[in-house]
Design a protein. Structure first.
Length: 234
């Protein structure tokens, strides 16, 4: 339990794609998460993130070093790279994003068909470092097409419903990850508070230091760019 990052979050470093997509913007793949809140801390460069959410509609947010931006599940987001954009990314519910808690905004006829979605989202070698990025750019362009269709047709509710059905087979495994991660972290704090209220601070004697000297993996093909990852086992 104590090996997890604070609050059982996940952390990675992202170098945003700088190739052109079909609508003339350089950047990443529009997508959303079903259960995880995501935060960006801009490390370098310049760009923006386009968002589409049920409460706020379509928005554009400028990104520059020092900016922090975060958004809740259901917010479709797309990074646009103007000049060397690099981010540090924090994800709630560590392990869930890697377990499939993301839906790319392919056209609805693909999102509603599990076989076609699996084919469209696949990357060579699972996107491992050194893999050809051509497939990542191709699926990005397809997701950009679907992103524009969502905005033009006001089909966000249909997309939400299709996303839930597409990922339904994974919900039990996600619950297990959440119970072992974020829920366990919160419950541990509750136990500590209760103990200290009874003048018991014995958990302080278990204090330790953890760290990583660098990413476990560099250059993985992500949805928005090249990822340096820092996984922490449950």
């Amino acid at each position: 339990m104590c090996e997890l990052l604070p609050g059982a979050v996940g952390v990675s470093s992202l170098t945003v794609y700088d190739t052109l997509s079909g609508d003339g913007h350089r950047g990443g793949t529009p997508h959303m998460h079903l259960c995880c809140t995501e935060a960006y801390l801009v490390a370098a460069g310049a760009g923006k993130v386009q968002t589409l959410s049920a409460q706020d509609g379509y928005q554009e947010h400028d990104l520059r070093p020092g900016v922090v931006l975060w958004f809740t599940p259901g917010t479709i987001h797309r990074l646009v790279n103007h000049d060397g954009l690099r981010l540090n990314v924090l994800m709630g519910n560590t392990g869930l994003p890697e377990a499939g808690d993301a839906i790319l905004t392919f056209p609805l006829e693909i999102v509603t068909d599990p076989r076609r979605y699996a084919e469209a989202v696949a990357l060579p070698d699972g996107g491992a470092p050194g893999a050809d990025a051509t497939a990542a750019y191709r699926r990005r362009d397809l997701a950009v097409q679907g992103f524009h269709e969502l905005m033009e047709n006001e089909a966000l509710e249909q997309f939400y419903a299709a996303a839930v059905e597409l990922k339904r087979p994974l919900f039990d495994s996600w619950r297990t990850r959440w119970e072992r991660g974020a829920l366990a972290a919160a419950e541990e704090t509750g136990r500590q508070l209760a103990a200290m209220a009874a003048s018991d601070g014995s958990h302080l004697r278990d204090s330790r230091v953890f760290g990583k000297s660098g990413p476990d993996e560099s250059g993985r093909l992500g949805m928005c760019g090249f990822l340096d990852t820092y996984p922490v086992d449950h």
